[in-house]
Design a protein around this ligand. Structure first.
Ligand code: ADP
Ligand code: MG
Length: 218
């Protein structure tokens, strides 16, 4: 489903170009899960941004079902961002002016794929059924992250990109939220690429790899 071939990415800095990704290769089969580990600053978020179509690589290719992401043109790239992927960040990034119900439906509506039955199911599974009229500031961190997960999966994206999704939660909440995330990713039929610092959490995914010196190992 997803193949990354020899991806390079550098950033211009005052000290000259900073080579962050130096030939990243990885593959992810449809419906499978991969934990991406690596030291702080190793380029994990940079890689996720490239996969999300939020930034462009210097060289190398990202193939979705065999087709290069950047050969598709702006309209197709916008469609990939809107419909192909779901994003979950450490900071929940909910829309503070919208209640839980509207936050949950937000991305699926943008993608033209709002399915009220699926969203209702997501809300129930995520323990949000009684919180639908609340606003993000009226929720705990764990509850906010569940809304963010529900929002990202509401459109049944091909690929869920999660960047330290439980990084702001305590250990017990992290375990609980990850278990839910894995079940719902499965139900949605999505593939999962998740950045985590935790060996314990990474062990729950099907595969693990490490970003080191600009390349993916293992
Ligand atoms: P990680 O998510 O693994 O902690 P990042 O991908 O966020 O790492 O960052 C990798 C490196 O690239 C870091 O040294 C960071 O400072 C640098 N970096 C990230 N984004 C930019 C940017 N827009 N401009 C300059 N440097 C950046
Ligand atoms: Mg990061």
């Amino acid at each position: 489903m997803l193949a990354v071939e020899h991806l390079h990415k550098s950033f211009a800095t005052a000290q000259g170009p900073l080579q962050v990704l130096r030939g990243v290769d990885l593959t992810l089969a449809r419906g499978s899960s991969l934990a991406l580990m690596g030291e702080s600053g190793s380029g994990k978020s940079t890689l996720l941004h490239l996969l999300a179509g939020l930034d462009r690589a210097d060289s190398g290719r990202i193939l979705i079902d065999g087709e290069p992401l950047d050969s598709r043109g702006e309209a197709a790239l916008a469609r990939w961002r809107r419909e192909g992927i779901g994003l979950v960040f450490q900071q929940y990034n909910l829309i503070s002016s919208l209640d839980v119900a509207a936050n949950l439906a937000f991305q699926a509506r943008l993608a033209g794929r709002h399915d009220p039955v699926w969203v209702k199911h997501l809300a129930a599974r995520l323990g949000l059924a009684d919180l639908l009229q609340r606003y993000p500031e009226q929720l705990s961190g764990g509850q906010q992250q569940r809304v963010a997960i529900g929002r990202a999966l509401a459109s049944r994206p091909m690929l869920l990109l999660a960047d330290e999704p439980t990084g702001s939660l305590d250990e017990a909440s992290s375990d609980e939220v990850l278990a839910l995330l894995l079940q719902l990713v499965d139900e949605a039929g999505s593939s999962l690429l998740m950045v985590t610092h935790s060996q314990r959490l990474a062990a729950r995914l099907q595969r693990r790899c490490i970003l080191q010196l600009g390349r993916v190992q293992g």
